[in-house]
Design a protein around this ligand. Structure first.
Ligand code: ATP
Length: 356
C-alpha cells in the first residue's frame, strides 16, 4: 500500500508538450480515476507513473520515494491494460504466476498466491485452461489476477474494459470496485468514459489538453463543476447549456437567455450584463404544475420505462429533460418548465469559470 504524488509533472514528445505541469496527491488506499477526452494525456501520465515513459519535468513519488529514475520493475506497481497481454501458450495458472516465477519466488508461495487470487476472482475452475478457451471477461479477470498475485503497492489500470461489450463492462466495473474494497490497494484507473469514472472512483481527476481541470469526488464534480469543460464532460445526458446575460437586480441575480428569465442561486457572482453560459442538468428541469414557468415546445418524447427523456425547445435552444416515470405530453404540446434554481450553474463565457 502506498501514497502517490505528482509534483509539477511534465512530458514532452520532442518539441511537443503533452503534459503541462500536473500536481496532485493520491492517498494510501484511494481509488483515483483519470478521465478526459482522447488525447488529453491520461495514458501518458499513467505510463510515467508506471515507469514506461520517461518524465520530462517534475517529480513522481510512490510511497514517499521519488521514482523518476527507478526502473519500472522496481516500482512495485502492477498494470492492467486494455489488451490483456496474456501469454497464449500458458495456462491461466501459469499466466497468473508468471511474474513471481520470473522473480524466482518460492514455488509453494507462488501456488498459494495464485490459488488465493483465483478464488477472489472466481477463476478456480479455469486455472488449467488456455487464454483462447476463455471469454473476454474471463481473460480480463486473469489479467487482474496476474496483477493481484504480485501484491503490488499500487494497481494501475489503462482502459481495462474498453474491449468488452456494454453488459460485461458494467459487471466488470462492479468486480473491480469490489476487489478494491477488499484489497484496499491504492489504484489509479484511466478511462475516457465518465460513467466508469463516476461509478468507480473515490476521487476523479478530470484532464483536458495536458492539464487538470478539476479534482473531486464524483458528486462534487457533478454538483459543482468548477468550469464549463467539467460541467459538460461529467453527467449523462450532458448538462444543458444556454448562452445568456447575467442580470443583477434588487432581489438577486438571474440570467436572460432565449428571451426568458432563468433563475440562478440567489446571488451569482459577476457583473450585470456579463456574458455567461447558463447550465442546468436534465434531471433538474421539471414540468410545472403551478401554471407558472418557462414556456417550451415539446420536440421529442422518449420513454425508457423508468424514466422519460424529453427534448423541449425554448426560443432557438433545445433542452434535454429527464423525468422520473411517465408523462402524457406529446410532440408539439406546449409545457411550462420549472427550474430548480439551487441546482443551476453559471459560467463566465470568456474564461469558462464557475461564477456562482
Ligand atoms: P486516449 O484516450 O485516446 O488513449 P489519452 O488521453 O490517453 O488518449 P495520451 O495517449 O496520453 O492521451 O496522449 C496524449 C498526447 O500525446 C496525444 O496528443 C498523443 O498524440 C501524444 N503522444 C502519445 N504518445 C506519443 C508518442 N510516443 N510520441 C508522440 N506523441 C505522443
Amino acid at each position: 500500500m502506498a501514497s502517490v504524488s505528482f509534483r509539477g509533472v511534465e512530458k514532452n514528445f520532442g518539441r511537443f508538450k503533452v503534459i503541462h505541469g500536473i500536481s496532485f496527491d493520491i492517498a494510501d488506499g484511494e481509488f483515483v480515476v483519470l478521465v478526459g477526452p482522447s488525447g488529453c494525456g491520461k495514458s501518458t501520465l499513467l505510463r510515467m507513473l508506471a515507469g514506461l515513459e520517461p518524465i520530462s519535468g517534475g517529480e513522481i513519488d510512490i510511497d514517499r520515494r521519488v521514482v523518476n529514475d527507478v526502473d519500472s520493475k522496481d516500482r512495485d506497481i502492477a498494470m492492467v491494460f486494455q489488451s490483456y497481454a496474456l501469454y497464449p501458450h500458458m495456462t491461466v495458472r501459469d499466466n497468473m504466476g508468471f511474474s513471481l516465477r520470473l522473480r524466482k519466488a518460492d514455488t509453494s508461495m507462488t501456488a498459494q498466491r495464485v490459488d488465493d487470487a483465483a478464488r477472489i476472482l472466481n477463476l478456480t475452475q479455469l486455472l488449467d485452461r488456455y487464454p483462447r478457451e476463455l471469454s473476454g471477461g474471463q481473460r480480463q479477470r486473469v489479467a487482474m489476477g496476474r496483477a493481484i498475485v504480485r501484491d503490488p503497492k499500487v494497481f494501475l489500470f489503462d482502459e481495462p474494459l474498453s474491449n468488452l461489450d456494454a453488459k460485461l463492462r458494467v459487471a466488470m466495473r462492479a468486480e473491480i470496485k469490489a476487489l478494491h474494497q477488499r484489497l484496499k490497494t491504492t489504484t489509479v484507473y484511466v478511462t475516457h468514459d465518465q460513467i466508469e469514472a463516476m461509478t468507480m472512483a473515490d476521487r476523479i481527476v478530470v484532464m483536458h489538453d495536458g492539464i487538470v481541470e478539476q479534482i473531486g469526488t464524483p458528486l462534487e464534480l457533478f454538483d459543482r463543476p468548477g468550469n464549463l469543460f467539467v460541467a459538460q464532460f461529467i453527467g449523462s445526458p450532458a448538462m444543458n447549456i444556454l448562452q445568456g446575460t447575467l442580470r443583477q437586480g434588487e432581489g438577486g441575480s438571474w440570467v436572460e437567455a432565449q428571451g426568458q428569465r432563468w433563475p440562478t442561486v440567489p446571488q451569482a457572482q459577476g457583473n450585470d450584463g456579463q456574458a455567461v453560459q447558463y447550465g442546468v442538468r436534465p434531471g433538474d428541469l421539471h414540468l410545472s404544475t403551478t401554471g407558472q414557468g418557462i414556456p417550451a415546445k415539446v420536440v421529442v418524447v422518449e420513454p425508457t420505462g423508468a424514466e422519460t427523456e424529453l427534448v423541449l425547445r425554448v426560443g432557438e435552444a433545445d433542452l434535454v429533460v429527464v423525468l422520473h416515470g411517465r408523462t402524457g405530453v406529446k410532440p408539439d404540446d406546449t409545457v411550462l418548465l420549472d427550474v430548480a434554481a439551487d441546482k443551476t450553474h453559471v459560467f463566465d463565457t470568456a474564461g469558462g469559470q464557475r461564477l456562482d
